[in-house]
Ligand binder design. Structure first.
Ligand code: SF4
Ligand code: SF4
Ligand code: SF4
Length: 320
């Protein structure tokens, strides 16, 4: 049976594991505490330095290829057919938008700067929100936020229902059908794959290394550090270049802070937006909305149990 887990094994062992593990692992408390915010690492991106060479995109692909989906085909049919099939496995080379096989892309804008037409390029990926709705509202506990502020989707647990994408103000997570836990438990009824996005190279960071895109950049566009220091640097840089900041306040604050010589309103008009191509609009704090706050509080214990079940499934897989 290889990587597969039988539904019976899943239900029997998973629920038992959940009972034992859930208590200490509830991932969805509704708000980020001040202490959590302090511990978070943020990235500063100086857009004025980016030359659009794509070395960061290449490095991201090389480093994270082992985490990309390897779907099983043909895909099982869904009843009812409410979650559409999304298949990027034949389009793995697409690099001008976010896909399950491309977690970072370069956005381009032609703008008027100091009376001259100029080409601006900027790397786009998950913003790693300080209080991420994708994590707080994932009903299955598959999206988690680490203490250092990195949000990641556990591909061993995700069912691909795409709640994370619906609640993400930038529609960042991208689905691949035919992979993940749903195939082992309820292939016709649950989810329809796994959601993928930048995990800020959490494994490299845990090893004391820099995220691959930061290390590969020849222009030192990105700087990483404690969020309060990064915010201070961003303000100094913005002052020096008479520029603008994006990400400090958006969605209640993110751990990705862009500094640009051009107003983000102008940039947003000039970039191509749409599916897999995030905008640069102002974003209000989605987790401050009463319905999302209440949903997060309600989901937290269930997500804790589900995450514990997922841990059991991982363990069962490793023993097969
Ligand atoms: S590697 Fe650096 S300069 Fe090149 S596109 Fe990426 S951020 Fe821009
Ligand atoms: S940008 Fe979207 S996917 Fe990334 S942490 Fe924020 S809500 Fe989640
Ligand atoms: S932090 Fe890592 S996963 Fe995220 S875009 Fe950079 S290289 Fe890719």
């Amino acid at each position: 049976m290889g990587q597969e887990i039988s539904r019976r094994t899943f239900l029997r062992g998973g629920i038992a594991a959940a009972a034992g593990l859930a208590a200490g692992s509830i991932p969805g408390a509704a708000a980020a505490t001040a202490q959590q915010k302090e511990a978070q690492l943020a990235t500063l991106l100086d857009i004025s330095k980016c030359i659009g060479c794509g070395a960061c995109v290449e490095a991201c692909n090389e480093t994270n290829a082992a985490k990309y989906p390897d779907p099983r085909k043909p895909f099982p049919r869904m009843y009812p057919n409410r979650v559409p099939v999304e298949d990027w496995s034949e389009k793995q080379d697409v690099d001008d938008r976010l896909t399950p096989y491309n977690w970072l892309f370069i956005q381009q804008a032609t703008v008027n700067l100091n009376g001259e037409e100029q080409e601006i390029t900027l790397p786009r990926r998950c913003m790693h929100c300080v209080n991420p709705p994708c994590v707080k509202l994932c009903p299955w506990g598959a999206a988690r936020q680490l203490d250092n502020g990195i949000s990641r989707i556990d591909s061993d647990i995700c069912l691909g229902g795409s709640k994370c994408k619906k609640v993400c103000p930038w529609d960042v997570p991208q689905r691949q059908t035919g992979t993940g836990l749903y195939l082992d438990i309820l292939p016709s009824f649950a989810g329809n794959g796994v959601m993928y996005k930048c995990d800020r190279c959490y494994d490299r960071v845990a090893d004391g290394q820099l995220p691959a895109c930061i290390e590969a950049c020849p222009e030192d566009v990105q700087t990483v550090g404690p969020r309060d220091e990064i915010i201070q640097k961003a303000h100094m840089l913005a002052k020096e270049m008479n520029g603008y900041i994006y990400g400090e306040k958006e969605n209640g604050g993110t751990n990705t802070i862009y500094v640009s010589p051009v107003p983000f309103e102008e940039l947003n008009k000039a970039i191509e937006t749409g599916k897999g191509k995030p905008h640069l609009e102002p974003v209000k704090d989605t987790m401050a909305e009463a319905n999302n706050l209440a949903a997060a509080m309600a989901i937290a214990p269930v997500a804790g149990i589900a995450a514990a079940v997922g841990k059991f499934v991982k363990l069962a897989r490793s023993k097969q």
